[in-house]
Design a protein around this ligand. Structure first.
Ligand SMILES: [Zn+2]
Length: 293
């Protein structure tokens, strides 16, 4: 209802034909002008690698143009951005931009995560044939400094999964005011990544069963409430911390108001996936390239 990035407003009446949206899409990349290609060797080799990788992961969509049903959708998961690599969860900002340019130039449509989830829940329209989703976990400050300008430049819908205890608190995290500024451009969706990013496997061993369930409920409910209150948005999607989930966690998430949740398994999502276990490709820096394979 309060969600800023949904199928509302500019996306109120997209026209789809054979699963492909016709005309201008708020989410399409095709109308933005590309800046020059990065010239650094690393950037270039990584972007080539990314191209090959994306061709591979999206192969089903590419080779099955007549058959839009059953096509998978890659959900990309980023964490941090920067001009230098400080850890393997940082993707160079220039490399990230080559990803966006490749997606645009190859006819991909970056769609809001909400659109994909509504489609899977049979509450929304079909999605474009060559769809891809961008998500970013944790709420790192480089989302504001590095990602934000590129989101505006390429006009890409982006979902942020936030763990609320860090915001306006940890030096590495964004502030609530910065998040409200992001909200203002209408391209970001804000969802939950729990309160403090616990490892549920460790907590399950540490706590008695009833204490553990109470702990999980608190992590899922309070984070949702905090993000909703601070940003005036609706929160009903969850990124599992460390990708950890099991049947009990899935049950509690559904009971506390979540309609979809996301893991870190490296494959495309399909409509046959469990809605509380949708896979995402973790994008990391691995030395010679940033890609998981
Ligand atoms: Zn995380």
């Amino acid at each position: 209802m309060k969600t800023r990035l949904s199928t509302g407003s500019a996306a109120a009446s997209p026209v789809f034909e054979d699963g492909v949206e016709k005309g201008r899409s708020w989410a399409t990349l095709s109308e933005t002008q590309p800046p020059g290609w990065g010239v650094e060797g690393l950037t270039f080799s990584v972007s080539l690698f990314f191209l090959l990788w994306l061709t591979f992961v999206a192969g089903e969509s590419i080779s099955a143009k007549e058959n839009t049903k059953g096509s998978g959708v890659p959900i990309l998961l980023y964490h941090r951005f920067g001009s230098v690599i400080e850890d393997n969860m940082t993707v160079k900002t220039t490399v990230f931009e080559t990803h966006l340019k490749y997606l645009r130039d190859s006819g991909y449509t970056v769609i809001p995560l909400r659109l994909l989830v509504n489609h899977y829940l049979r509450k929304g329209p079909p999605i474009p044939l060559r769809s891809v989703v961008i998500t970013v976990d944790d709420g790192h400050k480089s989302v504001y400094t590095d990602l934000f300008p590129l989101v505006k430049k390429y006009y890409i819908p982006t979902t942020l999964f936030l763990y609320s205890s860090a915001l306006s608190n940890a030096s590495y995290a964004m502030t609530w005011d910065q998040l409200r500024e992001l909200r203002g451009v209408g391209l970001f969706d804000f969802q939950s990544h729990t309160i403090w990013h616990p490892n549920f496997n460790i907590e399950k061993r540490r706590l008695k069963p009833d204490e553990y369930e109470k702990f999980v409920r608190m992590q899922l409910m309070k984070s949702k409430e905090r993000v909703e209150k601070e940003l005036d948005v609706k929160v009903d999607m969850l990124a599992w911390p460390f990708g950890i989930y099991d049947d009990e966690l899935v049950r509690i998430a559904a009971e506390t108001g979540y309609v979809a949740a996301f893991t870190m398994e490296r494959r495309q999502t399909t409509s046959s996936d469990h809605i509380m276990k949708l896979p995402r490709y973790l994008m990391v820096h691995t030395g010679n390239n940033l890609l998981p394979f």
